[in-house]
Design a protein around this ligand. Structure first.
Ligand code: NAP
Length: 311
């Protein structure tokens, strides 16, 4: 029997994914599949989904067994009331490794004070020795697939790493905290703060004025998670007062970040255009294929989203 797999992302994605997905489905041992951008809804067995793609109403896909998201973040689909099928999010080696590299690079930039040498090419011999990583406290909010991988990488470089998550965790070398008291400690000790939480009703505006005030004076905020994790006005105020020394922001409430947004011109803000990490076609295709293989074999699907928690 043919397995009908609908690829439902923006049209320009299809040429990038057609070959790797076909290869991964074959490698996973799936025979007799039909992978296409055009399948009659009632015949679709699986939807490979980008939430900004063409499928917004899942009602006609009555026989669909699972929706497989190409993105790690599911905030644009998790609340869709027409979606009754299981929803899996993307946990992909390429996505994780990309985030580890981006976070490590930006943490090291601030830890080493690299900017002083890049911007200070003026003949002044500014000798400044940064502390060792073991004397630099880095806090990561969110210890999921990405936060955990980043925490491990920073621990391996010697940083003093604290992590915070909803449920209790035990990661070697990481001070793992949870709950409100844990968040307070995680913030009070953070010289560099990395946000790797999903956007949910519970995490929106988590970094408000009161929580930014808990950070030590001169702390740096790095946000590759989601824009709404931060109250933008509160962050701008904290930057203007010097309480926060710098913010490196990859994600925003509105993307692309509008040209008139104060972040662009602020001397203490670095804007990166949502490039911290991308789903990689080859490795993501393997994850999609493995989940279809599992579903067809009656095995549990990986990386299922908890619809109540929203991630
Ligand atoms: P994940 O595996 O689902 O991990 C989410 C983490 O956040 C978990 O540790 C979870 O706690 C914690 N969390 C969720 N709600 C919480 C709450 N209310 N209080 C405390 N902790 C909470 O997600 P991921 O794969 O690591 O990805 C994280 C986010 O990164 C994505 O949702 C996406 O927004 C963002 N992202 C950005 C880019 C980019 O290019 N900028 C790329 C990929 C992903 P538990 O462990 O206890 O469940």
């Amino acid at each position: 029997m043919t397995i009908n797999i609908l690829f439902a992302a923006k049209a320009e994605r299809w040429p990038q994914y057609e070959a790797p997905l076909t290869k991964a489905l074959k490698t996973a041992g799936l025979k007799g599949f039909n992978l296409s951008t055009d399948i009659a809804p009632q015949d679709v067995d699986y939807i490979v989904l980008a939430p900004n793609g063409p499928v917004r109403d899942f009602t006609p896909y009555a026989n669909c067994k699972a929706v497989l998201n190409l993105w790690a973040g599911v905030e644009d689909v998790v609340g869709n009331s027409t979606l009754t099928q299981p929803l899996a999010r993307m946990v992909d080696h390429g996505l994780t490794q990309g985030m580890v590299e981006w976070v490590t690079g930006h943490v090291l930039r601030h830890h080493l004070g690299i900017d002083a040498h890049i911007h200070g090419q003026d003949g002044v011999w500014r000798k400044h020795t940064p502390p060792l990583a073991e004397n630099r406290a880095v806090t990561i909010l969110g210890l999921g697939a990405l936060g955990t991988a980043c925490a491990k990488a920073l621990v391996s470089l010697g940083f003093d790493v604290t992590g915070w998550s909803r449920s209790a965790k035990d990661l070697p070398g990481v001070r793992c905290l949870n709950g409100d008291a844990g968040l307070r400690t995680a913030l009070e000790t953070a010289q560099i703060l990395v946000l790797l939480l999903p956007k949910t009703p519970q995490t929106e505006d988590l970094m408000n004025a009161a929580r930014l005030a808990l950070l030590p004076r001169g702390a740096v905020v790095i946000n590759p998670g989601r824009g709404p994790l931060i109250d933008d006005d509160a962050l701008l105020e904290a930057l203007d007062s010097g309480h926060i020394a710098h913010a490196t922001l990859d994600v925003f409430r509105i993307e692309p970040l509008p040209p008139e947004h104060p972040y662009w011109a602020h001397p203490s803000v670095t804007v990166t255009p949502h490039v911290a990490s991308e789903t990689r076609e080859d490795t993501a295709s393997e994850v999609i294929a493995e989940n279809i293989r599992r579903s067809e074999a009656g095995e549990p699907i990986l990386h299922l989203v908890d619809r109540d928690l929203g991630y």
